[in-house]
Design a protein around this ligand. Structure first.
Ligand SMILES: C/C(=C\CNc1ncnc2c1ncn2[C@@H]1O[C@H](COP(=O)(O)O)[C@@H](O)[C@H]1O)CO
Length: 242
């Protein structure tokens, strides 16, 4: 309801019909919501029939031809061989490696790209790609369409994805799903700190760390992941807070 000085001199439909209108309003926050909404609609539409999937995260900077890149390829290949679609951020490095492994093994290779100032586009091994402008819309897709996360060595982006998953499980916003960190040497320091400082000082509970597993090889990661998913599928879902 608008009264007095709050009543605008021009009505909304008059503004709409005015051919001389400037288009700044298109970039205002209320209209941005339409763009955000369209990202959810597009993402849900593209992924609705994907089937069982696991997300693979890791550094965008891992060079081709390194042991870490090969580890990513191996994870993608083994997941595809077990009929899991592989979802990545669609970028270079570990993302590209996992998509390559999945694609070459004849599996479903998915990339959820993000618009960045130094955009490089989706890697060539993505068979089903969706590009996002907003991180939060993209993150929803990773969580909604995968049954677990496999995390290779990475930087801020990888940690962001890892801890978002851990938080969603902790707060019961998603059904518990497995998180497997690959590369003991890389992750051990962080996991030790989580246990000896974060947990020891009561900032997280013991159960919060139980969901995070640490392995060294692609075989171990995929074996652990698929076993954990099978177990979860046989559990009766609880209704509290879901
Ligand atoms: C930095 C470079 C390219 C960035 N391109 C990306 N494309 C798609 N997704 C990305 C990109 N960068 C980060 N991400 C997401 O974060 C994770 C990796 O981040 P990290 O900081 O490298 O660990 C990854 O899982 C993506 O989802 C070219 O050098």
């Amino acid at each position: 309801m608008l009264r007095g000085r709050m009543v605008p001199e021009e009505t909304t439909d008059a503004r709409l019909l005015d051919p001389a209108q400037d288009v700044d309003w298109l970039h205002s926050d209320p209209w941005r919501v339409m763009r955000i909404q369209s990202e959810f609609v597009e993402g849900f539409g593209a992924l609705a029939e994907l089937g069982p999937a696991v997300s693979v995260f890791g550094s965008a900077r891992t060079p081709q031809g390194t042991a870490e890149y090969e580890l990513g390829e191996e994870v993608g290949r083994l997941l595809a061989e077990r009929d899991y679609a592989v979802i990545t951020g669609g970028g270079p490095g570990v993302m590209e490696a996992a998509n390559k492994g999945a694609c070459e093994a004849g599996g479903r290779s998915v990339g959820l790209g993000i618009e960045l100032p130094f955009e490089q586009g989706l890697n060539q091994w993505v068979d089903l790609g969706v590009n996002f402008r907003y991180f939060f819309a993209r993150k929803t897709m990773f969580v909604k369409y995968s049954e677990g996360f496999i995390v290779l060595p990475g930087g801020f982006g990888t940690l962001d994805e890892l801890f978002e998953a851990a938080t969603l499980v902790q707060t019961k916003k998603v059904r518990s799903f497995p998180i497997v960190l690959v590369g003991r040497t890389y992750w051990e320091g962080l996991v030790t700190w989580l246990r000896t400082t974060m947990q020891a000082e009561g900032k997280i509970g013991e159960a919060d760390l139980d969901r995070i597993h640490l392995v060294d090889t692609a075989e171990e990661a995929v074996e652990l992941m698929t076993n954990a998913i099978d177990e979860l599928r046989h559990q009766v879902p609880t209704t509290d807070g879901m």
